[in-house]
Unconditional design. Structure first.
Length: 647
């Protein structure tokens, strides 16, 4: 059965599962000396190959397609220090081991940062798993992953480390993706939890690394100096000569160090003409080697900060709006400009086109930097210039068209944008995720929901607005929509009510982060004939609940809440995230009432304490009330997680 389920999965889904399952092992591992033990742990996932052909093929290919080159500073002590300290010390921080190597250890790929007599030496080690993954007749190595466990890694020695690791002419041409992973935050945690002497050594390590790169310690977070830019320019030019087919550059996590952002910026500038995917956090504007009309003609995936687009004035018009398929704007200002995607006019005297069309864009994500613009409201009023004159989110008044847009994600909506929501009405949106304050979300045009398949609405609320939010939810649920999966959540948990008539007749999955009384819940479920999965935060209210007696006492008789008819015959999965540590009598009543109203229910996810009471109630009363035998066929799923962890 396991093999059948795995083999029936879509190829793209299976690849994402494999990559997600292996990512913690690749990123952190269990041994800080080298990536080799991580790869051995990685291979533990391969036993599934005996039951699944698809898993065997894709897992093996994923296993040998990524080469890791890791930068880790290590302290090498002198002979006098070894006389006092003979044992190796190690401090584990979030799964990353910061090892103190003895003097006898001789790194193979090392750059000595400082060597003073009588004092420890800081050696920056480059580790690689290339000998373990590169095979003459095996899968091709397509991804180069550069990992740094230092705030200022010496990237100037990167190419030398790659050549010393064994990169040959056979491997270089197959590299199509470069990933930069920065784990300097874990180093900061190490310095904050280590002993004072250890903390001083760590600071010395960062200082020496920064000095070797041409940066002063006091200005590491500021703009890099000219020697560093020159060195990185020379490095990226050499990389482009050795690996000419790179088409994707990615940085992770997004909040990486300044040094990693500088390296990403130089790589983007070097490969700018051939990039198809760019998901890079930068620290300065993109500096292309040359400008031409078709410089970014192959770019289809772009994830970048809007501040970079604003300061990269030379990029205006060379990011083709018609070519992009996925666009993610991060740390966006409340009033950003779409000018970087507009085609330049032949002369400055000619007016700009009134319409900007993203012909092939299917995914648009806008992550605003703040969820409020209290200090910039006058800018919005000045830009608006008159009632209902705004047609886009940003400073542009031009009309934006997204004829193929299917996925829209907007987080931390900073303003009402009352008229700007209309820019998406003509787009065939199937998946919508929106998050922000209720004062801003409530202005969203609900006509966008008409043809949706997936809806994720996350609203931040204050205690004064929960009543208006309840009315807003009732209005949203009353709008006609083809949505099949919906998640309505908010920052506070309080009771909400359902409309008398639900217009979402095709809904199959519903998740609500709120208190919903059992009768109200069943009345809503009865209007959803296709609903098969339901997730509710609570189904009873605190003010009407009373704690149950201890478990050794008799189980209360709850027959008076037994329903007379079924409310839903399509329900298969029910998840109840019941908060609090005390059992509630009314909660137990509501659970049994809801479950008995769903005769075809097969899986119930609920806390173990409530399930124990349900089983005890069945054993005590099933002889007297035959309807309770239905509960014996329900499978219990242990659940202690939050809705965000399960969905």
């Amino acid at each position: 059965m396991m093999a059948l389920n795995i083999d029936c999965l879509d190829t793209s889904v299976l690849r994402r599962i494999i990559a997600h399952a292996c990512q913690p092992t690749l990123a952190h591992g269990s041994n800080g000396d080298s990536p080799a033990p991580r790869l051995r742990e990685y291979k533990r996932l391969l036993p599934l190959a005996s039951v699944s052909r698809a898993w065997r093929e894709h897992a093996s290919a994923h296993l040998h397609s990524t080469v890791i080159l890791e930068y880790r500073p290590t302290l090498v002590r002198t002979r006098s220090d070894d006389a006092q300290l003979t044992k190796t010390k190690s401090i584990k921080v979030k799964g990353v081991v910061a090892a103190w190597a003895s003097r006898s250890e001789r790194p193979s790929l090392a750059t000595v940062s400082s060597a003073n007599s009588g004092t420890p030496r800081t050696v920056a080690l480059w580790h690689s798993n290339l000998p373990l993954v590169a095979r003459p007749h095996g899968p091709r190595v397509t991804t180069l992953c550069i990992q740094a466990f230092d705030t200022c890694p010496d990237y100037t020695t990167l190419l030398s480390a790659l050549l010393a690791a064994g990169f040959t002419k056979r491997i270089w041409p197959d590299i199509t993706c470069i990933e930069i992973r920065d784990y300097s935050e874990q180093l900061k945690l190490f310095t904050s939890t280590a002993k004072p002497a250890d903390r001083e050594v760590s600071r010395s390590s960062s200082s020496n690394s920064a000095s070797s790169m041409g940066l002063s310690v006091s200005s590491r977070t500021n703009k890099a100096s000219t020697p560093l830019n020159t060195a990185l320019t020379r490095l990226t030019a050499e990389l482009a000569r050795h690996a000419p087919r790179v088409s994707a550059i990615t940085t992770a996590p997004w909040e990486s160090s300044t040094s990693s952002r500088h390296l990403a910026g130089h790589l983007v500038g070097e490969y700018l003409g051939q990039l198809q995917q760019c998901n890079a956090a930068l620290v300065s504007p993109i500096m292309p080697r040359s400008l031409s009309s078709g410089l970014l003609a192959s770019l289809s995936f772009l994830s970048i900060q809007t501040s970079i687009l604003r300061t990269s004035s030379g990029l205006c018009g060379i990011i083709p709006a018609a070519q992009l398929c996925t666009l993610k704007l991060l740390q966006a200002e409340a009033f950003f400009s779409w000018e970087a995607f507009a085609s330049p006019t032949p002369t400055d005297s000619q007016p700009r086109p009134a319409v900007l069309e993203f012909t092939n864009l299917t995914v648009l994500a806008i992550d605003f930097e703040k969820d409020h613009v209290a200090n910039d409201t006058h800018r919005y009023d000045a830009l608006k210039g008159g009632h209902s004159s705004r047609v886009s989110m940003g400073v542009d008044k031009r009309r934006l068209l997204f004829p193929k847009l299917s996925t829209l994600c907007i987080r931390k909506v900073p303003y009402t944008y009352a008229e700007a929501w209309s820019m998406f009405l003509e787009s065939p949106i199937k998946s919508l995720a929106v998050a922000g304050k209720y004062a801003h979300i409530r202005y969203m045009d609900t006509r966008i929901l008409r043809d949706l398949d997936v809806l994720d609405m996350h609203v931040y609320l204050s205690e004064k607005s929960f009543g208006r939010f309840t009315s807003y939810v009732k209005g949203v649920l009353s709008q006609e929509s083809t949505v099949k999966s919906a998640w309505i959540r908010h920052s506070e948990v309080f009771p909400i009510s359902m409309p008398e008539t639900l217009a979402w007749c095709q809904l199959e999955e519903l998740s609500i982060t709120a208190y919903v009384p059992a009768v109200t819940l069943l009345a809503a479920v009865a209007q959803l004939p296709m609903l098969r999965r339901l997730t509710v935060q609570r189904i009873a209210r605190d003010d009407c609940e009373a704690p149950l007696e201890p478990a050794e006492l008799s189980i209360p008789d709850l027959v008076h809440i037994t329903p007379t008819s079924a409310s839903s015959t399509s329900m298969r999965d029910l998840q109840l995230h019941l908060g609090g540590s005390k059992l509630r009598a009314s909660t137990l009543q509501a659970i049994i009432y809801v479950v008995l109203s769903m005769p075809n229910l097969r899986r119930l996810a609920v806390k173990q304490v409530y399930w124990s009471y349900i089983c005890g109630y069945i054993a005590a009363h099933q002889a007297k009330y035959p309807n309770l035998q239905k509960l014996a066929h329900v499978r219990h799923i242990k659940m202690q997680a939050t809705p965000a962890q399960l969905l």
